[in-house]
Design a protein around this ligand. Structure first.
Ligand code: 6PG
Length: 234
């Protein structure tokens, strides 16, 4: 286990062992939240690593250990596309297996980012106002972004709002995203970082304290948990 002021990191092994660790961690967090508070509020992300986690999580045997009827799904970011688009983070999660789980439809809260992103971001913020998320599941892009908090974008400094429309010049598009305010309000924030393509950034961030958006995830009081595989840590 590695430790910084605002993060803790674990390296469970190679890709498969690490995905197993991620799904076990999700199942335990969910079981504990349901036992203590009767519900599990979780925010998902997009990307290939979250997808691999979602597929395993929604397949037996692990899927049978999760009290799906008490799960409430949210998203930490969304692309400005309809929910049927292959680029949609909502669609990715549903297709990866969540659509087959017994989660009541009124407990699945997709981000509506295909139109009026600003107005819909305000609605999403309202929806979350009285909820404390149990788990925020985040990935790390190769440029050091997380959720849709890309380097040098305005949302990085929007600390009064919880959910915003963020213009991402790198992608020439808007995205809806949690801000750090919303991320840090969660009970637990996990960063899933797997694969050799992440190695350079991981070394810069965890060993040399380089500043990217993902470096800012976690506080002294509420440390983020980085789950890395051997390829990502090098
Ligand atoms: C998105 C994401 C994004 C993602 C990372 C990691 O919508 O693109 O939410 O933050 O999680 O880019 O993606 P990979 O696992 O594919 O590297």
């Amino acid at each position: 286990m590695l430790e910084g002021d605002t993060w803790t990191a674990v390296v469970p092994g190679g890709f498969e062992e690490t995905i197993d660790f991620c799904v076990q961690h999700f199942a335990c967090s969910c079981q504990q939240a349901v036992k203590e508070r009767g519900a599990f509020y979780v925010a998902l992300s997009g990307g290939s690593t979250p997808k691999a986690i979602f597929q395993k999580l929604t397949s037996p045997p692990i899927a049978n250990l999760i009290p799906w009827n008490h799960v409430h799904l949210f998203w930490s970011d969304e692309r400005s596309v309809p929910p049927t688009d292959p680029e949609s983070n909502f669609r990715m999660a549903m297709d990866a297996g969540f659509s087959k789980m017994a989660i009541p439809a009124n407990q699945i809260h997709r981000m509506k980012a295909e139109s009026d992103i600003e107005a819909h971001a305000k609605e999403y913020e309202l929806l979350l106002r009285d909820i404390r998320l149990d788990l925020v599941m985040l990935g790390m892009g190769e440029d050091g972004h997380t959720a849709s908090l890309f380097p040098n974008t305005e949302a990085l400094d929007m600390l009064d709002q919880a959910v915003v429309a963020n213009y991402v010049p790198q992608k020439k598009t808007y995205r809806m995203t949690f801000t750090f305010k919303q991320i840090h309000a969660a009970r637990q924030v996990v960063l899933y970082v797997l694969g050799a393509s992440k190695k350079q950034k991981v070394s810069e961030i965890l060993h040399s304290h380089a500043m990217y958006p993902v470096s800012l995830v976690g506080t002294r009081e509420n440390k983020s948990l980085w789950i890395l595989d051997q390829d990502a840590i090098g």
